[in-house]
Design a protein. Structure first.
Length: 754
């Protein structure tokens, strides 16, 4: 084996830069203090890199690095992809818009938050501008009255560069749906046979005789603040796929620029998107949001859709200055959706097949309690804050998308704009009285008015719902009385700790749950400590009882089984499946080994569900009764962890405890002999997921002839592992990349040949 460093591998590194996939691996955000942007730019360009964006409002820039960036006061973080926090059930329905009803009654998020009761005092949010940083906003008949431009930006702002305006029909529907939650002011004139009208009336929600035809009834679709204004900021390309941080920050920078230059008085920003973070509270987003605070702009962000596992609130909701919003599941709202599915599709989920039926709402949502939706991300954050700050309706939310269509959406994406709309109401109220509330005052009032007692007992935890359910009248009362001061303080609940298998020791550690029964929507979390001595975690589920539905149902009763590695926040390296006794029997094993994750089912054998090295830190397992269950589920759980007396490093050392700086790319060579069946490369370092802040190193392999670039080791895993099967013989180049190094770290690279 041989190794070479960056200094002797410049040509190889330039060749790697042109390899497929490289474009995403070298994108970084650089935060700087005590030096100018020009100094940072010069250092980046001197190393062969490129500055792609210098933000006007904060000392942050986006770049592509080609070498180390080791300047005082400079930190480098990886420019990561973020996704929309939406779970869509896009059931479309003809939407014939008529004149706005302007009534505090109807169907929507405002009904359960009490927002409608405040409209006479708050003028429905008139005069308050909310920037929706999302996929763009199509001005359909329900939100056309609200969508505004800015001087020089009549169609809002497009940060993506895809050439499609932020108000175009071609954009993904997500941002339009979000805007409907905030400011929709329309309705539908529907005939007696219309399914949507039927389910709304069946739920006891009012419809109106204002259509000019006695056979038609008007079904309103109203937002939290129907008179508020929406400024579209497009940060996702038209397909709605993931977008990097630097594009989102460009959108935020634009909003700050408009505010500071007096071009548009944006008061609230809604961010219904999420992604991972390694250093919570100290990212480029935190820099931006502190500037937003100084500009009196409240930032509302979706907590994420990775629950019920703990420690899963995603960025940017992990930033200290945001209001992070969890998704609540209200019985009435969910029953409307389930009832519609029953009459439109029936249990076989096929329309027109003859099994369509009424009564599905009560089958799928028998309990009246208000819950936190199972998918809603939980806390605590990595630095020990509660996680979500507040909860609002985020399950089974119906609003217009494209012209003539409505869609049901579920996700914290729908919960965040419910809070943003509520903030708009409070701000208008204060402005009308000559005392426009600051962003901090809005945050404090919303948290002071939140009601934990309105949730079922199983969901009244700070890590699940924060301060509690959004209550707009109570928030307005707190703002009016001046008694909300102090409620905006950060709530520390302590960092996540192992609750079943604590500090590893040599041998087998064992835990048993006893008999467990979970009512619909309830969950059980099991957190296991893992060290570099851990070899295996085994979870056995026995005596599983998941009853069949008493009535044929659109969704069957399920036991949701989830596992997440040591990563924190919103990550993709997880496993989840829905367990049904009639399909799999009363027993199951989940085996998480150093490399292979498998599920074992009696009579069906073992199934591979993932590959990942065991990572020092906390592994999160969750068992949950499905949100749409009719009946409780029960089981017994047993967990075992196997540890050796000491770490078991194998293979030849390519790099031994080498220092990795921000932006480093270190090169090493491993010669693979002919006939090698497998080559395993293991990269470990000193600041893995068991430390905060966490370093994210990447391992990239290049074949001897430079025809193949392997990115398997460029993930959030810590340590990273890449396994080559029947590898090409010859000298393989291993590149250790340090683009996520908040603090100096030391790395070791080994290769094992079989």
């Amino acid at each position: 084996m041989s190794r070479s460093t960056t200094c002797t591998a410049v040509f190889a590194f330039l060749a790697l830069a042109a390899a497929p996939g490289r474009a995403e691996a070298d994108r970084v955000l650089v935060t700087y203090d005590g030096v100018s942007a020009d100094v940072v730019r010069a250092a980046i360009e001197a190393g062969g890199g490129e500055v792609t964006h210098v933000y006007e409002s904060v000392p942050v820039l986006a770049a592509r690095l080609e070498g180390a960036l080791d300047l005082p006061g400079v930190t480098v973080e990886k420019d990561r992809l973020h996704r929309l926090d939406a779970r869509a059930l896009a059931m479309t329905e003809p939407a014939v818009a008529t004149a706005p009803l302007g009534s505090p009654q109807g169907y929507g998020a405002y009904l359960v938050s009490g927002a409608g009761a405040t409209w006479p005092e708050t003028r429905m949010g008139a005069g308050t501008i909310v920037a929706v940083v999302d996929t763009g906003v199509y001005p359909n008949a329900c939100v056309a009255h609200a969508v505004i431009g800015a001087p020089g930006f009549p169609d809002g702002f497009n940060a993506t560069g895809d050439g499609i305006p932020a108000t175009a029909l071609e954009n993904h529907w997500h941002g339009t749906h979000v805007s409907g939650v905030i400011a929709s002011d329309c309705g539908m004139c529907l005939p007696p046979w219309d399914g949507f009208r039927y389910v709304v009336e069946a739920a006891g929600l009012p419809t109106y005789d204002v259509c000019g035809d006695p056979t038609l009834r008007y079904v309103p679709l109203l937002g939290q603040a129907p008179a508020a204004s929406i400024y579209p900021v497009k940060v996702f390309a038209a397909d709605g796929e993931g977008t990097p941080d630097d594009v989102i920050l460009a959108g935020l920078d634009h909003v700050l620029m408009l505010k500071r230059q007096g071009l548009l008085d944006v008061a609230i920003v809604n961010l219904s998107l999420g992604g991972p973070t390694l250093w919570v509270g100290f990212t480029a987003y935190d820099r931006f949001f502190k500037a937003f605070d100084r500009a009196d702009i409240l930032v509302v962000a979706s907590a994420g859709n990775d629950g019920p596992r703990p420690n899963t609130v995603g960025s940017p909701a992990t930033a200290r200055s945001t209001l992070a919003v969890a998704a609540a599941d209200f019985a009435a709202s969910s029953r409307v959706l389930y009832e519609y599915l029953g009459i439109a599709y029936g249990p076989d989920q096929v329309p027109g097949s003859g099994d369509e039926r009424t009564g599905m709402g009560r089958v799928q949502r028998p309990g009246d309690e208000t819950r936190i939706a199972g998918f809603s991300s939980r806390g605590p954050t990595g630095d020990g804050r509660s996680g979500p700050d507040i909860a609002a309706l985020g399950a089974s939310v119906a609003y217009a998308i494209w012209e003539g269509e409505i869609a049901w959406g579920s996700g914290t994406s729908a919960a965040a704009p419910a809070v943003a709309g509520a903030a708009a109401l409070l701000r208008t109220w204060g402005a009308d009285r000559g005392a426009t509330p600051s962003a901090a005052a809005l945050r404090e009032a919303l948290l002071a008015g939140a009601n934990p007692a309105a949730l079922g007992p199983a969901w009244r935890d700070l890590r699940t719902a924060g301060a509690g359910l959004l209550d707009v009248p109570a928030a307005l009362a707190a703002l009016a009385s001046g008694e909300a001061s102090g409620y905006g303080d950060v709530i520390h609940v302590g960092r996540l700790t192992a609750n079943i298998l604590g500090r590893p020791a040599p041998g087998v550690a064992h835990w048993e749950s006893g008999d467990v029964t979970l009512d619909p929507g309830e969950s059980l979390s099991m957190v296991v400590a893992v060290a570099d001595t851990t070899r295996q975690i085994a979870i056995q589920l026995s005596d599983i009882v998941v009853p069949a539905n008493a009535d044929s149902a659109y969704f069957p009763n399920t036991l949701v089984v989830q596992v997440m590695g040591a990563e924190r926040g919103s990550v993709t390296a997880t496993f989840s499946f829905e367990y049904r006794t009639d399909q799999y029997g009363p027993e199951a094993w989940l085996i998480v080994e150093d490399g292979l994750w498998t599920v074992h089912l009696p009579g069906l054998g073992a199934f591979e569900v993932g590959r990942q090295p065991l990572q020092p830190g906390l592994y999160k397992f969750a068992l949950a009764a499905g949100d749409a269950n009719e009946s409780p589920v029960s089981f017994r759980a047993m967990a075992e962890r196997l540890d050796t007396a000491a770490p078991e490093p194998t293979g030849d050392v390519l790099a031994d405890n080498v220092n990795v700086r921000p932006g480093d790319a270190l090169f090493f060579t491993a010669v693979v002999p002919p006939g090698t069946a497998e080559a395993r490369f293991d990269l470990s370092w000193s600041r893995q997921w068991d430390r905060l802040p966490t370093t994210d190193l990447d391992l990239v392999l290049v074949s001897p002839d430079w025809s193949v670039v392997v990115w398997e080791g460029a993930t959030l895993a810590a340590p990273e592992r890449t396994v080559l099967v029947d590898p090409m013989p010859g000298p393989w180049t291993a590149v250790v990349i340090g683009y996520g190094v908040p603090l100096p770290t030391r790395a070791t690279l080994r290769v094992t040949l079989d």
